[in-house]
Design a protein around this ligand. Structure first.
Ligand code: ZN
Length: 444
């Protein structure tokens, strides 16, 4: 028996400590059941697979052959819903079985609806109970969350917190003063928020002469955008609050909190065992990438037991590094760290550059800088010519020391092989957010 980290509590040990081989065997069986279900119930998938030359579940073959099948893109889901409103051709369960409908925020066009049957909803609760347990949520702890849960998929996490038995005070976003009060008055142990908001909250408190460490938070569970697990950014947050920072990640069309990081902080554990199959692909060519320790690529998901709106080879646009070696916490599940969204990636003379990676390098220069930055490409689009302009904000009350901009440029060149031109700007001049902070501003 190896020593385990923390209290060693694992929500579903029979799944989360299962051998990868035993999991693969179960996934093959679930995949065959799901494919039979798709052909019987999903016009969207039946038509797509038929067009790709697969006329029956048998012709599709085994899970090991999945890379032969076409991807599902988010745009196809949107189009399916526009063509057959309200839920789309991919609705695969009858209305009387659907118990919940979440939607996207609809900031770009119409909201996209995500229906769940009772079985789908309980699967989400199970999956996120595993991942939130990994990030340290326990019975008896006081937890303040900033999810604006109402219409959005994060709402399903409320059911998870009930199941875990944490003492949960939902505060939402929109009022940082109310959040700070809740943390102080309720003597919260855990804060759940986006990495951007955690960073902003630290500044907000300090500007009001409140020591963030004095609040007494033990943990911050960050989710909603990539970068919360990157070393420079994370250690800055941990130092600010004197709290452990662990990451979680979900994806609306597949599951909330599908990944959750344990105290080892060596990547987020995959928590969707028995419900979701994971692939890694090259985002450019779509070619499969073998899941081995240290491999990197875009995550692709296939539902294994979904009823209302199952996805098959769904492209996440999340670019990750994965690890397969056993973890000190005792879980045997795949681990991942999201490097960034493929959609946010810039290409600088053939080098892929993720804005969150730039933020991580810049965070290493705190407190001379605040950690806020804005990448300002000269040209529209993904491909950029170096040097890439980056505005970096000075720390509170800070004067730019000579050589600081050059030192940041050198660190980015050394770590990310990218040539940027840093312009230092005054503290407080760049945008902050209680949700996801914009890191890139293209010319219009
Ligand atoms: Zn672990």
């Amino acid at each position: 028996m190896t020593a385990r980290l923390g209290d060693g509590f694992i929500f579903r040990p029979e799944v989360e400590t299962r051998s990868p081989g035993a999991q693969a065997k179960r996934d093959r069986e679930a995949y065959r059941r799901q494919l039979a279900y798709l052909f019987a119930n999903s016009a969207f998938h039946r038509d797509k697979l038929g067009a790709a030359g697969f006329a029956s579940p048998d012709s599709v073959g085994e899970l090991d052959d999945i890379a032969r099948l076409p991807f599902t893109e988010k745009d196809e889901i949107r189009k399916s819903q526009a063509d057959a409103p309200p839920l789309g051709h991919h609705q695969a369960a009858p209305w009387d079985k659907i118990v919940r409908i979440y939607s996207t925020s609809g900031t770009t066009g119409d909201p996209c609806y995500m229906p769940l049957t009772a079985a789908d909803l309980s699967a989400w609760v199970e999956i996120s109970a595993r991942s939130y347990t990994a990030t340290g949520v326990r019975r008896g702890q006081r937890m303040v969350t900033t999810y604006n849960a109402g219409p959005f998929v994060a709402g399903a996490a409320l059911d998870t917190f009930n199941l875990l038995g944490a003492c949960h005070a939902p505060v939402g976003t929109g009022n940082t003063e109310r959040l700070a009060k809740a943390l102080q008055k309720l003597k919260a142990d855990i804060l759940v928020c986006t990495p951007s908001y955690a960073q902003y909250l630290g500044e907000w408190l300090r500007e009001r002469q409140i020591d963030p460490r004095g609040i007494g938070l033990k943990r911050i569970s960050v989710a909603g955008e990539p970068g919360g697990g990157e070393d420079g950014f994370r250690s800055g947050l941990e130092a600010t609050f004197g709290a452990k920072v662990c990451e979680a990640m979900g994806i609306g069309d597949v599951s909330i909190s599908l990944w959750g990081e344990c105290d080892a902080q060596k990547g987020m554990h995959f928590s969707g065992g028995d419900y979701v199959h994971v692939e890694l692909i090259d985002p450019g060519s779509g070619a499969p990438i073998a899941i081995t320790d240290g491999a990197s690529g875009e995550l692709v998901y296939t539902a294994l037991a979904r009823e209302a709106a199952p996805v098959l080879r769904f492209r996440s646009r999340d670019h990750v590094i994965v690890w397969t070696e056993p973890c000190a916490c005792g879980r045997t599940t795949l681990r991942a760290r999201c490097i960034g969204r493929t959609d946010d990636m810039l290409i600088l003379r053939g080098v892929n550059l993720f804005p969150t990676a730039v933020r991580d390098v810049v965070a290493g220069f705190r407190p001379e800088v605040s950690g806020a930055l804005l990448i300002k490409p000269n040209a529209p689009g993904v491909r950029q010519e170096p040097p890439l302009p980056v505005n970096v904000e000075l720390g509170a009350g800070g004067e730019a020391r000579s050589g600081l901009a050059e030192a940041i440029e050198a660190a980015i060149r050394a770590r990310l092989v990218a040539t940027v031109r840093v312009t230092l700007v005054p503290y407080g001049s760049l945008p902050r957010s209680e949700y996801k902070t914009k890191l890139v501003s293209h010319p219009h």
